[in-house]
Every structure is written in C-alpha cells, then in structure tokens.
Design a binder for this molecule. Structure first.
Ligand SMILES: [Zn+2]
Ligand SMILES: [Zn+2]
Length: 396
C-alpha cells in the first residue's frame, strides 16, 4: 500500500462529516472512568456494522474489534484509543458541549475514539493487508489505569499482538505535527505520602512534647536533594509536594501530633523510579528519627514510564511522514512530564505512542481545562496515520 496522505482522507467530505458528527455526539455525552457504557455501545455498533468481529467486557466497558486482512499473513498489531472523559465543568459554550453536569471530554478522547473508528471503516472496506488488526478501545485512561485492567482481564492472552500503537492529540501544538521519540517519552507518575507522628503538646512548652512540624519542615526543605544527589545527571526526575496538613487553623498554640505530606514523583526509568521510592522513604525515616518522632511512609505506584521501542517508533515516524510529510514529523521530541496508561500496554508488547498537534491558534487550550476541545480537522490526520501504520506493519 502506498502511503495515505491527510488530504486524501480530508477530501472524502461525507466520511469526515459522519465522523465529525460521531465525535461531537460523544463529546456531548461524556462518560468517566469505567462508565463508558453509551460510548462503548456506539463503538461496538459501528464496528459490527462494518462486519468487524467484536469482543466486549474487558475492563468492563472495553471493546476489541478484530479485522483480518484479505492477504496471507501472521503478524498481528493492536491499535488503541481511549474513551473516557473527565470530571470538569465544560465552559466552551459550543453547540455540542457536554450535556452532563460536571463531566466533559477535556482530553480529546472523544476524538481519539473517532479517529480509530474512521480507520476501522476504511480498513474494513478495503482490507488489502496481510495479517490481523485488533482495534482496542479502552476505558479509564484518566487516573484509574483502564489499560492495566484490560490487560489483567486477559487482553493480550485473548488478543496477542506483535506490536501496539497509541495516539494522543498534542494540545497547543501546531496542527497535525507529529511528535514521538525512542525510549521513555512520558514519565512514571507515582504518589508518595509521609505522616510524621509525635506526641504534640502545648505550644508554650515544646520541651514537653515531640514535634512533627519540625521534622516535616526539614523533610520538605531537603526532599528535592534526592534529585540532585541520587539521580544520575543523565536522567531526569521530579519530586513535588502537593499537600500539607497538620494542626487546626483555630489552634495555633497547639503543637499538632501529626503532619501529613503528600506529593508526586516522576521518573523516566524503572531504576530511577526505584531510587525515588527508596530514598524518599529513607529521608522520611531519618528525618523523623533525628527529631524524635515517627514517620509512616507510603509510595503508591500509579503509571509506569511510557517507553517506545526503537523499531516501532521508526514505523510510527514513517507512517506519520506518509500522512503529513517529513517536515511535520519530529521523531526526537523532548520527553513529557505527564503520564499515560498506554505505558501498561508497552510494558507487555513493543510499540510506540505519538502525539498529533491539535492546533496552536489563539483559541487553543490545554487538555484538562474547561475550554479545551478536540480539533475535528485532526480526524483526517488520525485516520491517515492509522492506515499508514497498517500499510507498513502488515504490508502485503
Ligand atoms: Zn487526560
Ligand atoms: Zn488524554
């Protein structure tokens, strides 16, 4: 198959209009993690209509559609989209704005779902490829790890894949510009917490108490040193404090018996992730002991780093080059500090994740903000990119 460029897809006005209507319908009816019932019904019906065999129920609302090419081939790839919305009150004022109070598609997953449906249609109508595609529509990308749940429910046992690919829109990035990189592209996103526990006491007589506020203050002042002293200079990592709680506003004369500190830890490799977990705990316990209090420490692993494999990243770059031209593709993009649960799939199967720019005009907004909207011009970009992935991976 020769590469499909975006203009070829965009010229098919009926096709783009139908997909735009679907995208806006999903946008108007956002569903949050593991409750993507209506959305998954739309996905399942659309795929079934095309004669694509579907499987439902992985991760609750997950849908997998399987399409075999009409040429001989054993290679199998997974193409993944996420379906969930966020707990944000929409403020776009658009005619197709959220009809559900407090929920909106503020990350563009309405668009990701639609782009993959569009590719499924084109490929089902002309299955001129050798091998098998699993279209994976997952729930709960936002915070709750729907990808991990699908995997635990048997995703890759039931639907083994030789490679998996994922796409996200790039907020406030030039329209259609594709960014990716080999190796860690997004960070692990983990939560840690330390509670310092002492006796507390009268603020006028600190000598009669053990005081967790001093331990907490010293801990906050030094925890960042873990980055500069324990993380190799070739690596990157972040530790931030996001929550401090102790004592009562109305009781400034009371030394509290407990101070809770919570924060996030970001890392791009399993080794650095282990280092952060170990050293934050050691620092908490050491600081507590130095000040005569106790520390209770937890490190909660949420999303692993998102690591693209070399071969599949090259395939992704080639696919994007086919759809938008080499001048609009950056295969050496700077890794991002955010996290993404496609990383769970990449822990199991080689693959690559790319971001396609959602537009950088004055009306562009960042994801997870109340005025964000997926750019419908991106639908053709996504469809062309997906088709080119198939054209390369499952070349006849
Ligand atoms: Zn998001
Ligand atoms: Zn997202």
């Amino acid at each position: 198959m020769s590469p499909i460029n975006v203009e070829t897809i965009a010229r098919d006005a009926d096709f783009i209009q139908r997909l735009t209507d679907i995208r806006r319908d999903i946008h108007a009816h956002p569903e949050t993690a593991f409750e993507e019932k209506r959305t998954s019904d739309i996905v399942a019906a659309f795929l079934e209509n095309l004669g694509i065999e579907i499987h439902r129920g992985l991760g609750g609302t997950g849908v997998v559609g399987t399409l075999k090419g009409n040429r001989e081939g054993t290679r199998t790839i997974g193409l993944r989209a996420d379906m969930d919305a966020l707990f944000i009150e929409e403020q776009t004022g658009l005619p197709y704005a959220s009809t559900v109070a407090g929920k909106m598609h503020a990350c563009g997953h309405d668009g990701h779902t639609t782009m993959l449906l569009g590719a499924a249609e084109k490929l089902a109508k002309n299955p001129d490829f050798a091998g098998t595609i699993h279209f994976i529509f997952q729930p709960a990308e936002e915070g709750l790890g729907g990808a991990r749940v699908m995997i635990n429910d048997g995703l890759f046992d039931l639907f083994p894949c030789d490679a998996v690919y994922g796409v996200h829109n790039g907020p406030k990035e030039p329209l259609g510009v594709v960014k990716t990189c080999v190796g860690a592209m997004m960070s692990a996103g983990d939560t840690w917490q330390v509670s310092f526990e002492g006796t507390g006491g009268h603020g006028a007589m600190p000598d009669k108490s053990t005081d967790p506020t001093i331990a907490a203050g010293n801990f906050i002042a030094t925890v960042g040193n873990i980055i500069s002293r324990n993380v190799p200079s070739s690596e990157r990592a972040v530790i931030s404090v996001g929550h401090i709680n102790g004592g009562a506003f109305d009781s400034p004369n009371i030394i509290p018996s407990s101070v809770m500190i919570r924060g996030t830890a970001r890392s791009f490799s399993p080794e650095v992730r282990d280092t952060l977990e170990k050293r934050i705990g050691e620092l908490a316990h050491g600081t507590a002991s130095a000040h005569g209090v106790e520390a209770h420490y937890k490190f909660i692993r949420r999303y692993p780093p998102l690591v693209n494999t070399q071969r599949e990243t090259e395939v992704a770059v080639q696919a994007a080059t086919g759809s938008v031209g080499a001048e609009h593709v950056d295969g050496n993009a700077t890794p991002l500090g955010g996290s993404e649960d496609f990383s769970f799939m990449l822990e199991k199967v080689p693959g690559a994740y790319v971001m396609i720019g959602n537009g950088d005009g004055t009306d562009a907004h960042f994801v997870h903000t109340p005025k964000f909207d997926f750019n419908d011009d991106l639908i053709a970009h996504g469809v062309a990119y997906w088709m080119n992935i198939v054209g390369i991976e499952l070349a006849a």
